[in-house]
Structures are given as structure tokens and as C-alpha cells.
Design a binder for this molecule. Structure first.
Ligand code: NAD
Length: 448
């Protein structure tokens, strides 16, 4: 099948990946962003963030001419009749609600330039009702000679696995306008989506076509469920700490029940990143606006449990060291999770920052997230290498479970530090090997 033409608006973690992967599937793609630096980097074949496999896909498709980038919305409107929106929807300042101004701005910038029949697929994570509101907004902006249908196609990619998740998603969800309308464009979005995703659909990827509001809710519900599962085990972890039980064995045991499953039952420092924390808050805020606030009050607890884990690591450090003032603490990890350089709401950086504020001398090392971390917390000391990070440490905290840290040789590490004391805040280290190398280990939810 011949490739289609499409634009991807917003070329951050989601949009740059989507643009490159759509080109990889054979489509002709134009990526648009308001950030000239980002567009220049992408044009030059440089992915402005760490995502395994994406640089190769980007370079390949720039070279074969299927992928281009611009900051010009007029060019975007003329390039294609199919547009994806993947701009950010961060938490609003001073509120739990999502900030939808970037999505609105994308519509405002594109729609007045449109001629002919167009479809916009929203991919950003948005509060329920946004797609409908955007359609009404667009209807006021569009010229008389053009038509536009807005559909919602939420994105489920995981940073670190984004290329694979985009090319072979585990499901495709599409929200379209109510089918009992008499509007003749009502099925265009579905038809077009079938063409866009022809390759994964031919491989049997489940395709769920629903209304706009269900599609919007699918995404936030999925993230709310994942956050709840992590906070569930972390709440149990708090009880384990009091009675001396072992939360990892407990998770293994309950995880064997296939109704529960072991995934996302890793007790530790909890979740962070640019999605889960802000998505559960936005979900609560939206439920409140809709008069269903009681339905989601449990998410407040999910959030609180998650944040308490960060405090627990700081408290545990204080318990181990006596006082934090002037003590040399090494935090391994700055990214919110391994295989990413994303430090948005990173538990590792939050712990490093709190220890620093409490007077400790904190040195941080991360294989990929150093530059981003420096921007957020310029006052921390950043090491050039793992060995450099460990040198003379009085306490080491494993805060992000990079393979490089999981595979750290405890004998070698022991020769670098001043005190062989470590908090495994992700419960990932092979305990016997570390014990036999003479380390004193501490963890969340179990005593070692
Ligand atoms: P991001 O901050 O990395 O990227 C957003 C991009 O949008 C930036 O490059 C920004 O310059 C650009 N932008 C802002 N306003 C614009 C405008 N008016 N026109 C064009 N570009 C504009 O954010 P992200 O992580 O890619 O997330 C984007 C959306 O995707 C969010 O709604 C997020 O919740 C959702 N999402 C993200 C992931 C993920 O893993 N990162 C996964 C699923 C869904």
C-alpha cells in the first residue's frame, strides 16, 4: 500500500517518536514544533532526548526523504490532510488540572490555514471532554471551504521502549464523533486510521473504535490503574517495614495469581515522570469538575503513598547516618526510570534534592540524564562516571534501576566508597553477592 501524508504537531518524546515511526511504516511525515532548536536538531538527525533505537529510525527516514521537520504551520496545513497532535499537557501551575493551552494553541495555529477536508488525531493525554471542546473551537476558526473532524487516538508508548511500542502497539484506541450524527464525515477518521495503522492492524493488533469521551478516559484510566498498582504494593511495603516482613517475596507470592500478576508490583521509590503523576492529578481534577470527585478520591491516596516513599528514603538515610549535615551521599540515578533521560518529577532527583536541602553533600550519577538533571537541580554535584560518583561516599542510594547499577560489582564498588553502606531503593540488587562483599544493605519494605 502506498504511504500516506501526515503531519505530527509537537515533536517531544511522543511526537518525535510518532513522526519517525510513521515514516518507518512507509508514510510521508512532516513534524512541527514551536521550538526551533528542537526542530533544527531533528532535521540534523539528532534526537534531542534519549530513546533507544530512535536515532536510527530518524536518520534512516530523513535519508530516504519520508521525514521532514518545520516550525511553519502553513506548510503543515498544505502538506497533508491528516494531522496528529502530540503537544504537552502538563499540570497547571497552582492546580491539579491539566494545562490544555498547548493543544488549543496547536488547533488555533493549524486550522485557519486548512483548505479541503482534514482529520486531526489527538494523541496527547487530555481531560475527558477536550476533543469535543477542540472540535467546537476549530469549527469557529475553519474557513468555509474546508472541513475538519477531530478524533482522539491516545498514545500508550513507554519511554525506553517507544519505538517498539509505536510500531507494534499492544492496542490502538480511536475515539470518533458520535455515529448517530448525520454529518457525512463521521466515518472518515476511522477509515483514515485504518490506513495509517494498516501494518500493525494487519498483524492483528486489537483496534478499539469508540466515542471521543471513552477514548480520552481509556488513557487516564490506564495510567490511574498502573499508578494504583504501584502505590498498592508500596502501601503494603510500609506495613512490611513495621513488622519485618519482606515485600518482594510478598509481591512474588501474590503475583503468581494471574488475576493480580507480578508486573508493576515492584516496591520501592515509586513512580514519577511526565505522565503518571500529572495524569492521576488531572483525572481527579476533571472528576471534580464533573461532580464525580468522590469517585477518584482514592487517587489522592495513591499520590500520597507514592510521595511518602521519597520521604522514607530521606528518613532512612538520616537513620543510617545519624545526621545528614555535610555527609557525602551518592545517588545513583537521576532519570525517573531506566532507559530514559526524562527527569520530570523524578523520584531519584527528588530524593537527591531533599538530601541536599537537608545539608548533605550529594553527588549524582546517571548514564543519560545528567544534562537534564543539571538544568533542574544545578546545585547538586554531578559525577563524570560511576566510579567517580562512588569515590569516598559514606552512603550510596540506588534510586533508578539502570542495568549499569544492577550489574555493579560490589567488590569493585566497595574499594571506592568510604563506607560500604547502600540503600537499594528499587529492590533490584542481588543481595547475597553484596553481603558477601561486606556491604550493609538497606531497602524499602524489607530488612536485609
Ligand atoms: P514533551 O514536552 O516532550 O513534548 C511536547 C512538545 O510539544 C514540545 O517539543 C513542545 O515544544 C511542543 N509544543 C508545545 N506547544 C506547541 C505548539 N503550539 N505547536 C507545536 N508544538 C508545540 O511532552 P511528551 O512527553 O512528548 O508528551 C506529549 C503528550 O503526550 C502529553 O499529553 C503526554 O501526557 C502524552 N504522552 C506522553 C508519553 C511519554 O511517554 N512521554 C506517553 C503517552 C502519552
Amino acid at each position: 500500500m502506498a504511504g500516506m501524508r501526515m503531519t505530527v504537531i509537537g515533536t517531544g518524546y511522543l511526537g518525535a517518536t510518532h513522526a519517525a515511526c510513521m515514516a518507518e511504516l512507509g508514510h510521508e511525515v512532516l513534524g512541527i514544533d514551536v521550538d526551533q532548536t528542537k526542530i533544527d536538531a531533528l532535521k540534523a538527525g539528532k534526537v534531542p532526548f534519549f530513546e533507544p533505537g530512535l536515532p536510527e529510525v530518524l536518520e534512516r527516514n530523513l535519508a530516504n526523504g519520508r521525514l521532514c521537520f518545520t516550525t511553519d504551520y502553513k506548510e503543515a496545513a498544505e502538506f497533508a490532510n491528516v494531522h496528529f497532535i502530540g503537544v504537552g499537557t502538563p499540570q497547571q501551575r497552582g492546580s491539579y488540572a491539566a494545562d490544555t493551552t498547548y493543544v488549543e494553541a496547536a488547533v488555533d495555529s493549524l486550522v485557519p490555514h486548512l483548505q479541503g477536508d482534514h482529520v486531526i488525531f489527538g494523541k496527547s493525554t487530555v481531560p475527558v471532554g477536550t476533543a469535543q471542546a477542540l472540535q467546537e473551537r476549530a469549527n469557529k476558526l475553519i474557513s468555509a471551504s474546508a472541513s475538519l473532524e477531530i478524533a482522539w487516538n491516545p498514545e500508550f508508548l513507554r519511554e525506553g521502549y517507544a519505538v517498539n511500542d509505536t510500531i507494534t502497539p499492544d492496542r490502538i484506541v480511536l475515539g470518533v464523533r458520535s455515529t448517530n450524527s448525520t454529518n457525512s464525515t463521521e466515518t472518515r477518521a476511522e477509515e483514515i486510521a485504518r490506513e495509517v495503522y494498516a501494518t500493525p492492524l494487519a498483524d492483528g493488533t486489537p483496534f478499539i473504535v469508540t466515542d471521543l469521551q471513552t477514548a480520552e478516559l481509556v488513557k487516564v484510566s490506564a495510567n490511574a490503574f498502573l499508578a494504583t498498582k504501584i502505590s498498592f504494593i508500596n502501601a503494603v511495603s510500609e506495613v512490611c517495614e513495621i513488622v519485618g516482613a519482606d515485600v518482594t517475596q510478598l509481591a512474588d507470592a501474590i503475583g503468581h495469581d494471574e488475576r493480580i500478576g507480578r508486573k508493576f508490583l515492584g516496591a520501592g521509590l515509586g513512580f514519577g515522570g511526565g505522565c503518571l503523576p500529572k495524569d492521576i492529578r488531572a483525572f481527579m481534577a476533571r472528576a471534580g469538575e464533573l461532580g464525580a470527585d468522590q469517585a477518584l478520591t482514592f487517587l489522592r491516596e495513591v499520590d500520597a503513598i507514592n510521595m511518602r516513599r521519597r520521604e522514607r528514603v530521606v528518613d532512612l538515610s538520616r537513620e543510617i547516618l545519624g545526621s545528614l549535615i555535610g555527609r557525602r551521599i551518592t545517588v545513583l540515578g537521576a532519570a525517573f526510570k531506566p532507559n530514559s533521560d526524562d527527569v520530570r518529577d523524578s523520584p531519584a532527583l527528588a530524593v537527591a534534592g531533599q538530601l541536599n536541602l537537608a545539608g548533605a553533600s550529594v553527588r549524582v550519577y546517571d548514564p543519560e540524564a545528567m544534562d537534564n538533571a543539571r538544568r533542574v537541580f544545578p546545585t547538586l554535584d554531578y559525577a563524570d562516571s560511576l566510579d567517580d560518583a562512588l569515590a569516598d561516599a559514606e552512603l550510596v542510594i540506588l534510586a533508578t534501576e539502570w542495568d549499569e547499577f544492577r550489574q555493579l560489582d560490589p567488590e569493585h564498588a566497595g574499594q571506592l566508597v568510604e563506607s560500604k553502606t547502600l540503600i537499594d531503593a528499587r529492590n533490584v540488587l542481588p543481595v547475597p553477592a553484596w553481603h558477601s562483599a561486606g556491604w550493609e544493605l538497606h531497602a524499602l519494605g524489607r530488612s536485609l
